[in-house]
Design a binder for this molecule. Structure first.
Ligand code: FES
Ligand SMILES: [Fe+2]
Length: 339
């Protein structure tokens, strides 16, 4: 059951799956790594996440509704499930409470933090740790903007794109890559550094000896943090590449800053972020094969160090499963490069 997480190298991880504002009074069904998940709020507004499959006859619970007692009611025969999946009511079949508990739905650990709803991809168990929500997302005085769209891409290709700095002067020549493009000469050289961090790695680069202004961080498994240095100001972009299925990825963007909080400036900055995303989308969706392949199947160079560190982690995890792979691939090593 729920093999999609393992098949996608995505078992036992926390990931954002939806923006808080997307979940109102009605249940919200979504697909995460080919598995069906339903989110709903109980009467107190607390979020629950269940396998979107009724244990009775397998229909989508997300087609049902939240009942007055704050439980999720299946659309087919009206069974009700509480926030932890406990079966609270089976119409027309009175039975003792303890017997009814054998009819429970499968629940996922879930949190609502930073304007996002996070799910841990192991159903029916407690999560061993809390999601690594970037502190800035919960810091007072910070303007947050959440946005999501779906790409026709595998999440690994989208994630690599987000960790890839050498594409900036090409894909983003007219936006954020402009300064790099102007400085670049035919014989320019980019030096890339990758340093492990507790949540993945941090990569920075310099071109012809001149350090970059910003840096990128990989937030394992599927997040990227872009640090944009502005004197006396804070500005960070977060991008989460959330696997939907083998050919779709939900791109969830959170932009954060402590300035330009008022309309219409805020709107302009947010539109600019969206434009950058659009520039990436066209390229990433053309990837062949759709999923990042083994390292040996594509030619790589020194400036691919960061993306290959991610890829090796992913492939290892997919091959060996989450528990065995984590310890051996936490620290990115120098990738094998094409000669
Ligand atoms: S299928 Fe859900 S109650 Fe019957
Ligand atoms: Fe990009």
């Amino acid at each position: 059951m729920l093999d999609g997480f393992a098949n996608e190298g995505f078992a036992d991880v926390w990931t954002p799956v939806a923006m808080s504002r997307e979940l109102g009074k009605a249940p919200l069904g979504l697909t995460l790594a080919s598995e069906r998940v339903v989110l709903f709020r109980d009467n107190a507004g607390r979020v629950s996440a269940l396998h979107d499959r009724c244990p009775h006859r397998g229909v989508k619970l997300s087609l049902g509704k939240v009942s007055p007692d704050g439980c999720l009611e299946c659309p087919f025969h009206g069974w009700r499930f509480a926030s932890g999946g406990e079966c609270s009511h089976i119409p027309l079949n009175p039975m003792p409470e303890e017997k009814r508990q054998r009819y429970a739905a499968t629940a996922f650990p879930v949190r609502e933090r930073g304007g996002l709803i996070w799910v841990y991809t192991r159903p029916g168990a407690e999560a061993p740790e809390e999601p690594a929500v970037p502190p800035v997302m919960e810091q007072p005085g910070i303007h947050l903007w959440h946005y999501a769209e779906t790409w026709n891409a595998h999440w690994t290709r989208a994630m690599e794109n987000m960790l890839d700095s050498p594409h900036l002067p090409f894909v983003h020549r007219r936006t954020i890559g402009g300064p790099m493009w102007k400085r670049m000469k035919p014989d320019s050289q980019l030096e890339l550094e990758v340093h492990p961090t507790p949540t993945g790695f941090r990569t920075s680069w310099s071109m012809d000896g001149r350090p970059s202004d910003g840096s990128l961080e990989w937030l394992r498994p599927n997040g990227m943090q872009l640090n944009i240095p502005i004197p006396h100001r804070l500005m960070r972009l977060y991008m989460y590449c959330v696997p939907v299925d083998a050919t779709h990825t939900r791109m969830m963007l959170v932009s954060s800053r402590d300035f330009l909080k008022l309309q219409p400036f805020a709107r302009l900055v947010d539109l600019y972020n969206k434009r950058i995303l659009r520039e990436d989308q066209a390229v990433v969706e053309s990837s062949d094969p759709i999923e990042a392949p083994p390292v040996s199947e594509e030619r790589s160079v020194a400036t691919d160090r960061a993306t290959l560190a991610f890829r090796r982690w992913y492939l290892e995890r997919k091959k060996r499963g989450p528990r065995e792979a984590t310890a051996s691939t936490d620290t990115p090593e120098a990738p094998p490069l094409a000669s």
